[in-house]
Design a protein. Structure first.
Length: 103
């Protein structure tokens, strides 16, 4: 599953604020479908935020995060026009990526 990420990045003083919305089902593996069968676990395990080629945030997630998760991150530095990228990987080997420029 290749997932898209809606992402915005804005410079506010010395801080760059990044907001990202990821499309992902984030199934825990605990729910059952209409037939009573367990729905397999399917959730994001790692999220990384890059400013250019530099990692500014890396997080390890689990099944407790809600579907279509939102992420907000702030970091020092960044200039309007710089690239910010957010990536994720899930427990089934799927990935997602979004990229924008700082406004």
């Amino acid at each position: 599953m290749a997932g898209r990420i809606k992402i915005r990045a804005q410079k506010k003083g010395d801080i760059t604020e990044v907001k990202a919305l990821m499309r992902h089902p984030m199934e825990t593996g605990m729910r059952k479908d209409e037939a009573g069968e367990a729905i397999p676990a399917h959730f994001i395990t790692e999220v990384v935020v890059f400013h250019g080629d530099q990692t500014v945030m890396q997080g390890h997630w689990g099944a407790a995060v809600s579907a279509n998760p939102f992420l907000g991150v702030r970091f020092e530095g960044g200039e309007p026009g710089d690239t910010v990228r957010v990536t994720w990987e899930d427990n089934q080997g799927g990935t997602g990526e979004g990229q924008t420029t700082i406004r």
